[in-house]
Design a protein around this ligand. Structure first.
Ligand SMILES: [Zn+2]
Length: 370
């Protein structure tokens, strides 16, 4: 009678959409087969299932070292790795719309979405944005830690200005295609220029709150309010360095101390940026265990602050899984997501509100076509 029990149970679970996971670099550079359970990192298909992580934006992260003649190619290679996962794993479906996500989840599958991180990936060509869109990319983070010819980054002293005239054309092209503009990583002046230019809701795929931890990667209350007015969504980043100033101070001191070892790990993996970043994170992460790592409650503080400033319809999750060296205690990987859901419930959020935060708000932005 009615729906099979397995399907019923699944429909009771919220759809979780993670705005940003850094796993593709592992899949490409380290040949990590995430169809099986891996011994390290935060993400693989079995652990996504166990944690109820039904959908995630796989980050097509293009390292700053790639430039003209190599950056776009790098993006294509990473996209190829994600598409190969969907082609070879019957339980993973590539998705580009909310409807495709819901269909995949309804079949008991995981929905893989894609976002490009680092606007230098387009090598200053609007046609390359069209190509990325055709391949399934549905957002682009305008900068990474490096700024580019047309947009400034919050962490690049050489390029922290706003959007150039071409940068405004990039936003216009993305708006027309229906590719979300992602303001995580961008400088404050680029943020302002984007919000003045865009005709559609924007996202911050993985950014936390500056009012609680003053880091340039975090968003001020004024910026949070601007995203809410624009109809957009901010995915709160899980990285303890962005969540807690005391931890950040300890952590940065430790990184300085470990720099010689980190440099030699980088030298060993030269030419393979995904592998290099991952191994350095692994190494630093082990040492971070001895620091005062903030707890999951601190992460919920950021979510709660964003909800208070923006309203319940504008907050999501952007874990940065596989791109960060340490997680709030006691989280260890994607299997820890139910703990986050429980922590939200414990703060008094209704089932409907929890569903919005963990996935429905991002899905809303994937509903409107071009
Ligand atoms: Zn990032």
């Amino acid at each position: 009678m009615g729906l099979p029990l397995g399907l019923l149970l699944m429909l009771q679970q919220p759809i979780i959409v993670d705005g940003h996971i850094d796993t593709p670099q592992r899949m490409l550079d380290m040949k990590a087969d995430i169809s099986g359970r891996l011994a390290d990192g935060h993400i693989d298909v079995p652990r996504m299932r166990e944690g109820g992580l039904t959908a995630a934006f796989f980050s097509i992260w293009v390292d700053a070292r790639y430039g003209r003649g190599s950056a776009f190619r790098r993006a294509l290679d990473l996209i190829g790795a994600v598409r190969a996962l969907a082609d070879t794993n019957g339980g993973v479906e590539l998705a580009t719309t909310a409807e495709e996500v819901r269909t995949a989840v309804g079949r008991g599958h995981i929905a893989a979405l894609m976002g490009v991180e680092g606007g230098h990936a387009i090598e200053n060509s609007l046609a390359n944005i069209d190509s990325l869109y055709r391949l399934g990319v549905r957002y682009m983070t305008l900068t990474w830690n490096n700024g580019n010819d047309w947009a400034g980054s919050s962490t690049d002293p050489k390029r922290h200005g706003g959007l150039s005239a071409f940068g405004r054309q990039v936003v216009g092209r993305m708006n027309r295609l229906g590719m979300l503009v992602d303001v995580s990583h961008v400088s404050d002046s680029t943020f302002r220029d984007v919000l003045a230019t865009t005709t559609r809701p924007v996202i911050a795929s993985h950014s936390s709150c500056r009012a609680l931890a003053h880091h340039p990667r975090n968003l001020s209350d004024e910026q949070l309010r601007a995203v809410a007015r624009n109809g957009g969504v901010v995915g709160i980043n899980f990285y303890p360095v962005f969540l807690d100033q005391h931890f950040r101070d300890q952590y940065e001191e430790m990184r300085r101390r470990l720099k010689p070892q980190s440099d030699s790990i980088r030298a060993r993996h030269r030419g393979r940026p995904g592998e290099s970043a991952f191994e350095v994170d692994n190494f630093v992460g082990q040492h971070a265990e001895s620091l005062d790592v903030p707890t999951i409650d601190r992460l919920v503080d950021h979510i709660e602050h964003a909800v208070q400033v923006m309203g319940i319809d504008h907050v999501g999750l952007g874990s940065d899984f596989d791109g960060i060296s340490v997680l709030p205690r006691p989280m260890k990987d994607a299997t820890s997501l139910p703990e986050l859901v429980r922590a939200l419930e414990a703060r008094g959020y209704s089932d409907g509100d929890v569903r919005k935060i963990v996935g429905e708000n991002f899905l809303r932005l994937l509903t409107a076509g071009p």
